[in-house]
Design a protein around this ligand. Structure first.
Ligand SMILES: C[S@@+](CC[C@H](N)C(=O)[O-])C[C@H]1O[C@@H](n2cnc3c(N)ncnc32)[C@H](O)[C@@H]1O
Length: 409
């Protein structure tokens, strides 16, 4: 596992302290006893379990801000770093290109809540060796609820104080502001231009408020219009069938008519095969990264009967519909787990040729194709067919070359 996904101890201590302060709990045990139920309810609502109240209701619950910060924020904040690393791997030229004039990266976080993705970004710039250096990050968190924004301010001030030496070393200045404002996708648009717009776990809430995927793709197109020429927009949604499929619909509405470019995770701009005639209602697409859950989260997990073993989410990185990235046609994205059946390993791979279930027979594993046996969901795989050896079947031959581009260790 990439050590970046070991949750930083200093940050979990800050989270713990803020949660205890905000709830007046004497210690973690007392907090879990008092708020375990609220966390469970929120988790059920986010997972859209049958009979659970809609997210809209649970987020109006008095205990919501503290419960969110305690349990959902730690995992969610690492997702933005994972996405940025993925963008760097897939389209390196699109990952915060060297500035021509201004060193400032202007960031807008819509539906920021307690600034989960802002804290994630601060942590990414402070800890990740692949993050850009010598920049000013100017971050604005927008939400309609005052409570979470206030918590963000506390979290930000305290964590920034901890990571200041590292930021200084990397010549990063990180400024943050909040804005209390409802977002109406039919009306509200940012006034200035941004290098990064983040929309985290908001789309499903807007759908819950009555907006359609068509209205939301129109809104995202307008947001993309507000990006700087090299800017990009990230959308994160829960890895549920319904929320992920809604995100795919939005993706298709934007990509098919060239209203946006999809930079990641997709390696093509065609319609998503999952929503096409060959797809099934049962399919969706999501990403999954390993992390080391802090003890604090593991203790909550035990109390509420959950297991946050890995971080699952669906996402898109979008940009203005200018030049399409030129990608090797032999490059594939693994869009399923590795399926190990008797005598073979299989995995669904996706690129402009479609979403194809490739397989490798155990007896045909070779030094050249061995990487196929190690592939994990979300990996980029270079799969080079030896000319003339391909047949009609998606069978990986012994003389095909397979190479994985995972997150660096
Ligand atoms: C699930 S939280 C996500 C927080 C954070 N982005 C994350 O990914 O962890 C959704 C946030 O969106 C905010 N929200 C929902 N609808 C909104 C709207 N119409 N205008 C502004 N904020 C909204 C809620 O107040 C909540 O803080």
């Amino acid at each position: 596992m990439n050590s970046y996904f070991d949750f930083p101890e200093s940050l979990i201590q800050i989270i713990e302290r803020i949660v205890l302060e905000e709830t007046g709990s004497t210690d973690p045990k007392a907090f879990i006893q008092q708020f375990g139920r609220t966390i469970r309810q929120l988790s059920d609502s986010f997972n859209q379990l049958k009979g659970s109240p809609p997210v809209e209701t649970t987020t109006r619950n008095e205990g919501y801000p503290a419960a969110y910060i305690a349990y959902f924020l730690p995992g969610n904040l690492l997702k933005i770093g994972a996405i940025l690393l993925e963008l760097k791997r897939t389209c390196p030229g699109r990952f915060f290109p060297e500035p021509e004039d201004s060193k400032t990266i202007k960031v807008l976080d819509l539906g920021a809540g307690p600034g989960t993705l802002g804290i994630g970004l601060l942590d990414f710039f402070a800890r990740n060796p692949e993050a850009p250096r010598d920049r000013i990050v100017d971050y604005l968190a927008v939400d309609r609820e005052r409570g979470p924004l206030r918590s963000f301010e506390k979290l930000f001030d305290r964590y920034q104080a901890v990571v200041t030496p590292s930021l200084k070393n990397r010549k990063i200045e990180f400024r943050a502001r909040t804005e209390l404002r409802p977002i109406d996708p039919k009306r509200s648009l940012p006034e200035s231009s941004y290098d990064l717009i983040m929309v985290g776990n908001l789309i499903n809430e807007l759908i819950g408020q009555g907006f359609t995927t068509i209205e939301l793709s129109n809104w995202i197109e307008l947001l993309i219009g507000k990006l700087s020429p090299s800017g990009f927009l990230t959308v994160i949604e829960p890895a549920l069938r319904l929320t992920s499929r809604n995100l795919l619909k939005i993706r298709d509405q934007l990509a098919e008519q060239r209203r946006a470019l999809v930079l990641a995770p997709c390696l093509h701009q065609h319609a998503c095969p999952i929503l096409g005639p060959a797809g099934s209602e049962k399919d969706w697409c999501h990403h999954d990264i390993s992390w080391k859950a802090p003890d604090w989260v593991q203790n909550i997990d035990r109390a509420i009967g959950n297991r946050k073993e890995s971080l699952k989410f669906s996402y898109l990185v979008l940009s203005k519909p200018d030049q399409e990235p030129v990608l090797d046609p032999n490059l594939w994205r693994a869009v399923s787990e590795r399926i190990e059946t008797r005598g073979k390993r299989e995995v669904f791979l996706c690129n402009l040729k479609g979403r194809i279930r490739y397989y490798l027979l155990d007896k045909e594993v070779s030094p050249l194709n061995r990487a196929f046996t190690e592939i994990e969901r979300g990996d980029l795989l270079l799969l080079k067919e030896e000319p003339g050896t391909g047949d009609a079947k998606p069978r990986v031959h012994p003389d095909w070359q397979a190479k994985i581009f995972p997150l660096e260790h």
